[in-house]
Each structure stands twice: as C-alpha cells, then as structure tokens.
Design a protein around this ligand. Structure first.
Ligand SMILES: [Mn+2]
Length: 318
C-alpha cells in the first residue's frame, strides 16, 4: 500500500515542505513502512521553494502524474482540503487524511482523519505532531521547516502568526543551527520576490487559488513582493493576461493581490467594473489608487483578511 502526501496545486513553500515533513514524520514514528510513503507536489515548485530546497540540499518531491498515480492507493492532503485546490488525479475515495490550516470545505463520503489548526502554517501543525510522537527532524529538514513557517507567516509578522509559530520557529532554528533569523527571512523574501523571466500570465497565476463563492468561480492570485511598483508598472499586460485566463478557465471573477511584504500592505488589481464594485464592498475603507487598482491597506493574509471578505461581497450581490 502506497501513501502519497501532497499539497495544493501551484504549491508554495509550505505546501511542499509540509509534504516532505509529514512523509518524514510517518516514516519515523513507526506506524508505517517508509518505503510506502512518498511526498509529492501537484505542480512544479516556484522560485522561492527552489531556492530553499537547493540552499539546504533537500531533494524536490516528484510532481504527481498519471504514472505515479497508478502506484498510489491512498492520499494525505496537506495545506489544503478544498476540491478546487486539489490535483485532478486524486480520487475522492483515496483520501484518508487532511493536515491543514485553512477553512474546511470537504465533502468526502467516508471517515477521514483531520488535523486542522488556526496556526500560521501547515508545517507548524506537522512539527506539533512530530513533537507529540518524539520525532526530531534532521538538521536539513528543520531548516526547510523553519523557512516554510517564515514564508507563510511573512517573517512571523502576518496577523495569522500565533505564539506557537514563534515558539516552534525558535526550536527549529536551534535544530537547524541557524544563527540569523532576520538574514534568512530576507533571503527568502528576495527569492519570493524574484519575478525575472516571468510572463504576465505567469505573474497573474503566480500563487492562485480558485474558490466557489455563491456559485461564482472566483480566482484570487497573490503576488508577494518587496517591490510592488515593479509589478504595478506592468498593469496593462497583467489585466490583459487576467482577461485571457478568465476566458480559458471559465473564471467569473479575478482578483490579483499585490502584497508588499516589507511594508505589510496590499493592492488589488481587477479587470472590470464588477470586480471593482465587489472590491469596494469587501473592503469599505479601500482607496482607488489608479483605474482598476485598489489600495486595501494593511491586509496581507488571503485566507483570513482577504478571501472571506470577497466571499461576503460576492454573496451580497446575489
Ligand atoms: Mn500554508
């Protein structure tokens, strides 16, 4: 029996590291034969993840494809639970467990194990599970787990950060023998902000999630960057790319969030008047920065401060 552990489509650092860390955990806590457990990703990794895995010499997981799927009997979902964020190769029947820190929206017709916490990263949840079973991550694994927590919590500064995230980050820092947390955070931010060579289409799909809000297919992309002006200067091309994606993927509403990770604030780019109206209804204090770009102030967390408000605004219009 083979178990695949896998994060959401368009994996970020947390989705990738959570799969690697949970595979390590299950292989080391004696409940499983390690040969049966494999960490996977749903799509190729991004530049930030590539930077972190290369820096700490950790092998990148395989991308789940039809060949690999033939050998997997069961799946554990990490860092996601909604069907719209799941690889299409995963059958409902094969899902046995979820470890996550997002809102829950699953309808699986059999009992599953779920470990969901309101903490800053899925990696934080997995480290807690490791501690409870006396599993200690290797130095390399501790380093990438620390990076995943720093990335998902924007350097432990996002409003989603809990005292548990801070405590565990410090423990992992010790295990990884990392001296300078600020330096590491800056290195991760730099890799996260590297948009060189990305087309407009790649930018507007850099870190996206698709939601079903009141029957509307809503795409929310987030570009985390230290140089938001470099992104917004390309507005024309970005909006054109957003319109093309809407047509290709039958998206009803598209919101592209540009988050300034140094100043902890965001703007929203939209493609039309309808999306602009929803943005204004969702964030009542929003300011129109330029045509089709709205300043939404110090909101940086898609899952907590952005998506729920867009959802309410979409429902209101129904
Ligand atoms: Mn996450």
């Amino acid at each position: 029996m083979n178990i695949g552990i896998i994060g959401h489509k368009k994996p970020d650092l947390d989705a990738t590291v959570a799969a690697i860390a949970y595979a390590y955990h299950l292989a080391n806590c004696n409940h499983h034969d390690s040969n049966d457990i494999v960490a996977l990703i749903a799509d190729p990794i991004n530049k930030e993840t590539n930077y972190v895995l290369s820096r700490f010499n950790v092998e990148e997981p395989n991308v789940l494809d039809a060949n690999i799927a033939q050998n997997i009997d069961k799946y554990i979902l990490v860092d996601h639970n909604e069907e719209s964020q799941r690889s299409e190769l995963i059958e409902n029947d094969a899902i046995v467990e979820v470890v996550d820190h997002h809102k829950v929206n699953v309808n699986i017709p059999h009992p599953i194990n779920m470990t969901v916490r309101t903490w800053g990263s899925t990696t934080t949840v997995i480290y807690d599970m490791m501690k409870k079973e006396d599993v200690t991550p290797s130095q390399q694994l501790a380093a990438i787990m620390l990076c995943a927590i720093l990335s998902d919590t924007i350097g432990l500064k996002s409003s989603l950060t809990t005292p548990i995230d801070v405590k565990f980050a410090n423990e992992l820092k010790q295990l990884a023998s990392i001296e300078d947390l600020d330096r590491l955070t800056k290195d991760i931010f730099k890799a996260k902000s590297d948009v060189s060579g990305l087309s407009s289409k790649e930018l507007v799909l850099k870190d996206y999630k698709i939601f079903d809000f009141a029957g509307e297919k809503v795409l929310i992309n987030q570009i985390e960057t230290t140089e938001p002006e470099n992104i917004e200067n390309q507005k024309g091309g970005l909006i054109e790319a957003m319109q093309a994606v809407k047509t290709e993927q039958n998206i009803d509403l598209f919101f592209c969030i540009v988050t300034d990770i140094l100043n902890m604030r965001s703007d929203v780019i939209v493609t039309n008047h309808d999306e602009a109206e929803i943005t204004k209804r969702a964030f009542t204090d929003t300011v129109e920065k330029q045509d089709l770009i709205y300043d939404i102030g110090n909101r940086v967390s898609r899952k907590k401060e952005i998506a729920p408000f867009i959802e309410k605004a979409v429902e209101y219009g129904k």
